[in-house]
Design a protein. Structure first.
Length: 130
């Protein structure tokens, strides 16, 4: 069952990366230090086009659905832009629209449905050209 999930995520990733292949890649730095077995992993791919940032996340152990039949914890992402909370998302792929020109720090924080942090974050920088 776990292998099936990873295969589905891999196929989704390849599909989304194919769609976004024309976009500028952004370096992504993860703040998860303990990746021992049983702890979630959180990988992020971010690309910019114009003043939009296209983000794709692969997160193990946490589902973005309210009720998951596989016994995973339910969660959502809080998006912080330059230290300010900007929005919440309930999906693994999303777009941050309309960023002003310049360099920005984007932080993705995984929380439960009542906004209690799971202690999983991912921080990356984007540069929106003039």
């Amino acid at each position: 069952m776990v292998l099936k999930k990873y295969i589905e995520l891999t196929i989704l990733s390849i599909f989304l990366l194919g769609i976004l292949s024309g976009f500028q890649r952004t370096a992504v730095f993860s703040e998860i230090n303990d990746r021992t077995e049983g702890n979630p992993s959180f990988f992020v791919s971010a690309k910019t086009k114009g003043n939009n940032v296209y983000v794709e996340c692969i997160l193990s152990g946490i589902s973005f659905r309210e009720s998951d039949q596989n016994g995973q914890k339910a969660g959502k992402l809080i998006i912080w832009l330059d230290g300010k909370k900007t929005q919440e998302v309930n999906s693994a792929a999303f777009i941050i629209k309309g960023l002003p020109h310049g360099k920005h720090e984007v932080k993705l924080e995984v929380v439960d449905l009542k906004n209690k942090p799971y202690g999983i974050t991912n921080v990356f920088l984007v540069n929106i050209p003039k």
